[in-house]
Design a protein. Structure first.
Length: 374
């Protein structure tokens, strides 16, 4: 099959209209479904590995099938393109997936200023949500980087693309002569790939490391390859933050924990980062610790930041106090004689009873009862 497939129709209805990109592993096309009345648009990924023999090809086909099955499961997430079809034709592998209209974060970063805190938090939380989903499905992406994140232009949602394990599993370099799969070539994206993955042992937190690097790049404009670690292995990046932007120190500490060199010292799950982000987001949304813009980057502990004025009980001022005392005086002048008068009136309301033994005054409201024993 020739290299440029523009104009070809696959499976009788996927017309390859335009080349979107081409990498070491093949080419990505924009395709149209000629069967569909509305001409739905798709992305077709074409892999064209070359195998030495039949058994290598058979293993690759089996692995491709397996991988495509798991991608179909993952495609049920609203931030992962759906997989519509996958097939093999004459040693060429094709994956047909949902077309996400928008820009990759890589393109976006070349056109925009450094992300402020709120943009960085949005990017982080959205990507963490999708990582949480794939990690819970026991899948490690292994190639988180700006070129593999697309922002949907309709609602700004971040999509994660390029589930690279497909190309890894059909890479002829990973096959022995008798077609046995043994990983020799990992996915390497310099700057984003952490040590343990470079040594062939990716962890879930390898994806979290790469995402931390992406967020740092978005905030500083510096590619992670151009950042260094100090003697304590801490990544030196805070001094590259834009001087007119202000960041919460808790947020910066959280990013630091994502990009620790030793994987054991990092966050181990997307969920635990989301949990630590929650109080930071609440604080920012309520504005309690949002400091006013400063000329220099100011790294603030939330406990140190100026608080919004709390609603307090307002005490009356001096003139109000006088008014209240004056009012109380007038009230007592009216109420006290009234009370005395009422009591007095009531006390005068007595009836006198008298017989040969006794004489007494009793309240008029009492009833009189004549008892024979008396
Ligand atoms: N589903 C998609 N929707 C829109 N564009 C895509 C899609 N998949 C890939 N692309 C475009 O093609 C490029 C390469 O695709 P990717 O899956 O990352 O393959 P590669 O293995 O070459 O990195 C992406 O950076 C993006 O520009
Ligand atoms: Mg890619």
């Amino acid at each position: 099959m020739c290299e440029n497939l523009v104009g070809k129709t696959l499976k009788e209805h996927f017309l390859l209209e335009k080349k979107l990109d081409s990498g070491g592993f093949g080419t990505i096309y924009l395709a149209r479904d000629t069967f569909s009345a509305i001409g739905g648009r798709y992305v077709v990924k074409h892999f064209s590995p070359r195998y030495e023999n039949e058994s290598q090809l058979k293993t690759a086909m089996r692995l491709f099938q397996q991988e495509s099955d798991s991608l179909q499961q993952l495609g049920n997430h609203p931030q992962i393109p759906r997989i519509y079809d996958f097939f093999e034709e004459e040693q060429n592998f094709f994956l047909v997936q949902e077309f996400i209209e928008g820009q990759t974060l890589r393109q976006e970063l070349t056109q925009t200023d450094n992300f402020d805190q709120s943009q960085a938090i949005k990017l982080l939380t959205q990507t963490l949500e999708v990582l949480k989903f794939i990690h819970e499905a026991r899948y490690i992406h292994r190639d988180i980087k700006p070129a593999n994140l697309i922002r949907n232009r309709f609602d700004n949602r971040i999509f994660l693309i390029d589930f690279g394990a497909v190309k890894e599993k059909i890479n002829p370099k990973n096959f022995g002569a008798e077609g046995k799969f043994a990983l020799t070539v990992g996915i390497l994206s310099p700057g984003y790939t952490p040590d343990e993955q470079l040594h062939g042992r990716p962890e879930f937190c390898s994806d979290l490391y790469a995402l931390g690097m992406v967020v740092i790049q978005a905030m500083t404009g510096v590619h992670p390859n151009d950042l260094e670690r100090n003697i304590n292995l801490e990544l030196m990046w805070r001094d590259r933050l834009a001087s007119h932007l202000v960041y919460d120190l808790n947020f910066l500490n959280l990013i630091d924990k994502m990009v620790k060199q030793k994987w054991q010292e990092r966050y181990q799950s997307a969920q635990s980062i989301l949990e630590d982000l929650e109080p930071i987001i609440i604080t920012l949304n309520t504005g309690i610790s949002r400091p006013a813009p400063q000329p220099q980057p100011v790294l603030l502990e939330r406990s140190q930041t100026p608080e919004t004025p709390q609603k307090t009980l307002q005490l009356p001022d001096k003139s109000n106090k006088f008014k209240i005392l004056f009012g109380l005086g007038i009230l007592s002048a009216i109420a006290i004689p009234l009370l005395l008068y009422t009591t007095n009136t009531q006390s005068n309301n007595y009836i006198t009873y008298e017989n040969e033994h006794i004489k007494l005054d009793y309240p008029a409201k009492w009833s009189r009862e004549i008892s024979s024993n008396f």
